[in-house]
Design a protein around this ligand. Sequence first.
Ligand code: ATP
Ligand code: MG
Length: 396
Amino acid sequence: MNEIFLLKLGEIVLKGGNKRQFENKLRQNIRRRLKPYGEFDVYLLQSTVYVEPQGADADLEGAWEACRSVFGIVSVCRCRACEKNVDAIYETAERYFGEELETVRSFKVESKRSDKSFPLSSIALSQEIGGQLAEAHPSCAVDVHWPAFTVYVEVRDLAAYVHGPAEPGAGGLPTGVGGRAMCLLSGGIDSPVAAYMIAKRGVEIECVHFFSYPYTSEQAKSKVLELARLVCRYSGRMTVNIVPFTQIQEAIRDLCPEEYFTLIMRRFMMEIAQRLAREDGCGALVTGENLGQVASQTMEAMAVTGEAVSLPIFMPLVGMDKEEIVTIARRIGTMETSILPYEDCCTVFTPRHPKTKPTLAQVQRAEQPLAREELIAQALAGVEKLPVRFHDAQYL
Ligand code: ATP
Ligand code: MG
């Protein structure tokens, strides 16, 4: 029999009445992710999603990687299915792991049976299969306490399954069960991680990037699209809204006191993001803000920035250390792209002495000379909406 994947459900199993809806969404997400890799049968039984390749030309490695990045799954394993009898299970284990057992010093068999009509108990089945494997591999001892390798046997409704140790899945909740949010995506380290973390909670992600050409280059824009593409590995496809931001930044530079530049700019970003969010049915904004990291991320500054909008602002990184954020960025594969040196629009108009403890009244006074509505309308009129998928060609 072919190799198949077993994906164990995560938090979904704790859901009550709407569990079915979560499961359907998950199955739909997995099917969509597997499309580029050939034909797969995807079905869900007993809190487990089964992924069975159909036909010989399915790309198993690609499909495996895809399954590992789908939210809603806690662990994944590759296994072989066989008939539900001791001989078939032994033969399958031997064919699958015989070579492995020649290279390790000890092993054990661990069995589970959700099909209670199976004649042997889990312990008896483990002993039977373990005994036969030990006989076939005299150099490898059975060690039930500290085995170097574990062979797992699961006797389930449709078949028996033999597999090695499971690997962690992507965790979280299935994309789409938690609504949709608009993520402010810069070219930095933080915002792609923030987008990933909110997506992980079952939220569909759209992105907005504020682009200040020619102060920032076309390459900076490509970098942001590439980061969005990398996040899509987990979140599924998204739309990136590119907002022309130069006019707004120049107006702020020309008409406002320098120490408030960043704060005023950030209030414009939030307001424009909110309008795009409402157009696209997003119920929240997401930023990579992090308490105390820079002058615009003090509690006082965040209060002033947040006041510009009424949608909830999710800041999943707010209480993390940079090191923790970097660890996630490396794990999800965005770090290398984030540290490419192209300028971000915020670095172009950075004040020498930014205000770290602003009050709302000060900032509102500072931004008074600006033709707010007009500037926002112009920026919105120039928005470019770009669909991005993980399987698109790289942007850099
Ligand atoms: P990042 O690493 O995400 O760039 P940062 O630590 O550099 O974050 P800031 O530059 O102050 O912090 O930006 C804070 C947040 O504002 C970012 O995490 C992002 O969500 C948003 N942001 C900043 N610049 C832009 C931009 N040009 N386009 C869209 N969002 C932006
Ligand atoms: Mg930044």
